[in-house]
Design a protein around this ligand. Structure first.
Ligand code: GCV
Length: 738
């Protein structure tokens, strides 16, 4: 073979090798915000390469191993070169080394004497500092615990991924809430209630023998944003979850998640003692039932020693509960609390309850739970949805926040977009979460924010087995924002919060971090995407449920508009129950002349909403039934304002489309194209919402649509006649109609 033929062969061979070693998927979103691509800003890259040339780790635990793996793979990707591991001397570090570990696991960390700073870091916080030790420069990432070190490593990598300076670092951070927990509504048959991103990521069939790589990447992603718990299964729980077979599967996941500081929790069905225990009753005061739960808890802790505890939906939407036996929610929660207490487990008892009574659904949870304050065992937390109805695009904060001072409360937010366009609409939820967290309950005087009343935060997960985890590339941002907000989105009342030395994160900051890590650091692109994200929630409110409207979507599957729907078996499942449109006007009167849900709030909070002439437009129809010609604060009449909002909503989605189009060549083609297609769906559905709602409400207002505005392309009958088979998230057969 001559020289040229040999060279040609070599080239062909190496390109074959290269093409095989390239990822099969392009930029498919799988890597989430942990991409670790080489830093493309030469100045920053130079700085990072100058300051980092090696690493040293404290003696390994499984958590520190995870920290080391992340640090090494992250830095090697970002710096584009390999790093050497240095084994530290007693009191020194290698030149330009990253030193990571706790004082207990690393002699050089001990030598730094950071006791005072570490005292403020608590059990999950950390310190990141530029140091000089015996004339050698380096950076230390340290904490009181191994998990604190892992969180510090993720923070450090975030600095590089977002191209921040790492000169003179003096970072100290800790979480403001103790419980930061994802709630999966995943069923054992892999359907996901209100899931829009494929099937459940838990492959119950192949667990525990087969551990999908996804489980580890899930844990990494969660740990990177400080999530420290996960409830694996749906709150509409199968009793089978508590059988030995399934517990073994859960134990396998718990074993993996342990290295990432994530505890496993399970949703339990209150009647499990009957269904899988063979008892005749699930009465919480029955000694046999009590013994059954104690034994079940012992069995669980034998195989999951750090098991987090139980999440319970009881006497809600058909689920069994203590009221089936004439007992209270406190009796039910305390039964389980007693079983878990010897193992330091907790019970998270949901307050999402409402029954078929003539009373306003918005009032029922408060009426049920407020009198139980002080009656729960110490290891019970009550989990309250952000608003009193059900995860609507806009709701006032739930009146239970601040109303149960003797009971630790968990906030429940929904990341999966059940009522916000599934995973086909781009809606960044941090502004919705912040609106609630920052709201003033006035329960302990001015400044008693909702955030200050909670101990933990739960997020109903939007994760499935779709390649990009969440369906919509931008839905990942809601997972990210949830974790970041639970970590540091508020100056919460928890004692830990007081010693955070960093200000609460804003929606804009979180969006920017996410964009830089997930898409690009190009400032113009970051700004364009950030603007879209920050506006997106309000835009969705405008085209779906403006001015305080709520719960007017399709029955059961909750897809699309159906304000006319009145066929549900229960009044409070019908949209007409919530908007109450008639010839006189529209809106739910929740003032003293109506249901008086207002009285559940502190007087100062009430004051902002109670007068229809001063109530902010955004909340008006939540609190008041007003005439179609009611004068809004904007100066328009109600009907004009309603039209204005619906039309503006559609226009704004179109503006998002134009903004996205300007990014055509600025981000990877795969995700650009996906988002472009999804925005087209969103724009079409915004038009659908606008037309369907305005045509329907017009039958009452008898007023005209705005002159010169786009006319609906169909009549009301057409919209009313639409049916959707196989709408995702319901688990129905597809033959059921809405
Ligand atoms: C898990 C809403 C949803 C249900 C959900 C329920 C809950 O009603 O539509 O799918 O059930 O909330 O939070 O328990």
């Amino acid at each position: 073979m001559n020289k040229y033929a040999f060279t040609l062969l070599l080239v062909l061979f190496s390109s074959a090798v290269i093409s095989f070693s390239l990822p099969v998927h392009g930029e498919d979103g799988y890597r989430l915000w942990l991409r670790y691509d080489r830093v493309n800003n030469p100045v920053r890259l130079q700085q990072y390469r100058t300051l980092i040339s090696c690493y040293e780790m404290g003696t390994y635990s499984s958590v520190l191993s995870a920290a080391r793996d992340e640090l090494v793979s992250g830095l090697e990707g970002l710096l584009g070169r390999t790093l050497s591991q240095v084994y530290p001397e007693q009191s020194g570090i290698g030149e330009r080394c990253i030193l990571a570990g706790t004082p207990a696991s690393s002699a050089p960390v001990r030598y730094l004497h950071l006791e005072k700073e570490l005292a403020a870091a608590g059990s999950e916080g950390y310190i990141i500092r530029s140091i000089t030790l015996k004339g050698r420069q380096g950076i230390v990432i340290t904490a009181n615990t191994d998990i604190g070190v892992l969180y510090g490593v993720f923070h450090f990598l975030r600095l590089l991924q977002t191209q921040q300076s790492i000169q003179q670092l003096t970072i100290q951070d800790r979480p403001s809430l103790s419980y930061r927990v994802l709630n999966h509504w995943d069923n054992l048959n892999r359907t996901v209630e209100r899931g829009y991103a494929g099937e459940s990521i838990w492959n119950w069939w192949t667990l525990p023998a087969y551990m999908d790589q996804r489980y580890k990447d899930y844990a990494r992603a969660n740990a990177s944003i400080g999530i420290n718990g996960t409830v694996l299964n749906n709150v509409n729980a199968s009793p089978l979850m508590l059988t030995a077979d399934y517990l073994e599967k859960a134990a396998a996941l718990a074993g993996l998640f342990r290295s990432y500081g994530i505890k496993v929790y399970l949703s339990v069905r209150f009647s499990a003692p009957i269904e899988i225990g063979g008892l005749k009753t699930a009465d919480p005061l029955d000694p046999e039932v009590q013994q059954w739960w104690r034994q079940k808890a012992d069995e669980i802790y034998r195989i999951i020693p750090d098991f987090g505890g139980f999440l319970v939906k009881a006497n809600s939407e058909g689920q069994p509960g203590p009221q089936n036996y004439g007992r209270t929610h406190a009796d039910g929660a305390n039964l389980l609390a007693d079983a878990l207490a010897p193992h330091q487990g907790i019970v998270i008892w949901r307050a999402f309850v409402y029954s078929e009574t003539p009373d306003d659904r918005a009032k029922q949870a408060y009426n049920e739970f407020k009198p139980l304050d002080g009656k729960f065992k110490a290891n019970v937390l009550v989990q309250v949805k952000n608003g009193p109805i059900d995860f609507q695009p806009r709701e006032p904060f739930h009146p239970l926040f601040g109303a149960m001072p003797q009971t630790p409360l968990m906030m429940e937010f929904q990341l999966t977009q059940e009522y916000l366009g599934f995973s086909t609409h781009l809606v960044y939820l941090a502004p919705l979460f912040k609106e609630c967290l920052d709201a003033d309950t006035y329960t302990k005087g001015k400044g008693s924010t909702v955030a200050a009343t909670i101990t933990g935060m739960a997020g109903v997960a939007n994760i499935g087995n779709d390649r990009n985890w969440c369906g919509h590339p931008f839905a990942q941002a809601n997972w990210y924002a949830f974790g970041r907000l639970a970590w540091g989105g508020s100056a919460a009342a928890a004692p830990e919060a007081a010693s955070r030395n960093v200000p609460a994160l804003s929606s804009a900051q979180i969006a920017e971090e996410w964009i830089r890590q997930t898409f690009t650091n190009d400032p113009a692109v970051v700004d364009t995407i950030k603007e879209m994200m920050l506006a997106s929630r309000e835009i969705t409110v405008d085209y779906m449920t403006p001015l305080g409207l709520h719960h007017i979507m399709g029955y059961n599957h909750h897809y699309g508009p159906a304000p006319w729907y009145d066929k549900a078996s229960r009044a409070d499942w019908n949209p007409v129950y919530f908007h109450k449109a008639d010839m006189a006007g529209i809106g739910f009167d929740r003032t003293a002349t109506g249901s008086n849900a207002l009285e559940q709030y502190a007087p100062e909070a009430r004051r902002q909403w109670e007068d229809s002439t001063t109530c902010p437009d955004a909340w008006l129809l939540w609190w008041h039934h007003v005439s179609w010609s009611h004068r809004m604060l904007s100066g328009r009449t109600l009907w004009e304002e309603l039209c204005h909002k619906y039309y503006t909503g559609v226009d704004s989605v179109r503006r998002m489309q134009s903004a996205w189009n300007t990014l055509r060549w600025k981000i990877d083609p795969e995700r650009w194209e996906q988002v472009q297609m999804l925005l087209t769906i969103q724009a079409n559905e915004a038009v659908w919402w606008r037309n369907a709602c305005l045509l329907y409400f017009q039958t009452f207002s008898r007023m005209s649509l705005p002159a010169g505005g786009e006319l609906p392309d169909h009549d009301l009958k057409y919209y009313e006649g639409l049916h959707f088979y196989y709408a995702p998230g319901t688990g129905v057969t597809g033959l059921e109609k809405n």
